[in-house]
Design a protein around this ligand. Structure first.
Ligand code: ATP
Length: 206
């Protein structure tokens, strides 16, 4: 099994890269999705959050009101730490479970937006970073995510820099052009590097 960490700044194209890798046969472990699942209605995760932060973080349907929760922890490091003590272990456990369920010869791609910020690079065989110009990323967020240019800018600035991400990268995928260009780069990476790497790992273990 080859374990790959996939990251990149908001709007860089991580999700489209993960989708292409899935089409090629990778098993995708999507941290954002898991983070939503572990606090879905009816979960222990949500119950614990309500026990700590109160009903004010629930919406009218009893689901987590993310903007309300974000407002509660904004600028309050202790509150954020309490929240992360609830969510992070659950995300780790569910991710580990999905990895354990993958076939022995799988190429597993863990899509983690804050991989570099959280200091996870060393836990993967390879770290792939998707990069694009800041202005391109901001334009995508305005076009596809209904953000204002100011919101896009703010979200981009809240994350670590391209330099820090690149320092953690084994592979940098540029995504400034057409989606088809990114797909071609990923197809070549898959064929020439990822598949041989996985095979090598397995042969060494055999
Ligand atoms: P986030 O951190 O928010 O999850 P992301 O890095 O996963 O962002 P994507 O969702 O993959 O980014 O891409 C952001 C938006 O830009 C999407 O709507 C996607 O379809 C679009 N996009 C990505 N790459 C390209 C490209 N090369 N050309 C045109 N649009 C693109």
């Amino acid at each position: 099994m080859l374990m790959i960490g996939l990251t990149g700044g908001i709007g860089s194209g991580k999700s489209v890269a993960a989708r292409r890798l899935a089409e090629l046969g990778a098993v995708i472990v999507d941290s954002d999705r898991i983070a939503r699942e572990v606090v879905a209605p009816g979960t222990d995760g949500l119950r614990e959050i309500v026990a700590v932060f109160g009903d004010r973080v629930l919406d009218a349907d009893g689901a987590l009101d993310r903007p309300a929760l974000a407002a509660v922890v904004f600028g309050d490091d202790a509150a954020r730490a309490r929240l992360e003590a609830i969510t992070h272990p659950r995300v780790r456990a569910r991710s580990a479970q999905l990895v354990a369920e993958a076939p022995a010869d799988a190429i597993v791609v863990n899509d983690v937006p804050l991989l570099v910020e959280v200091g996870l690079a060393a836990t993967y065989h390879l770290v792939i970073v998707v990069e694009a110009e800041l202005s391109t990323r901001a334009a995508r967020l305005v076009r596809d995510r209904a953000m204002t240019p100011e919101q896009a800018d703010q979200r981009i600035r809240a994350q670590t820099s391209d330099e820090r991400r690149r320092a953690a990268a084994d592979v940098v995928l540029r995504n400034d052009g057409e989606l088809s260009d990114l797909h071609v780069a990923i197809d070549l990476l898959w064929r020439d590097r990822l598949v041989p790497y996985e095979r090598n790992l397995r042969q060494r273990r055999a």
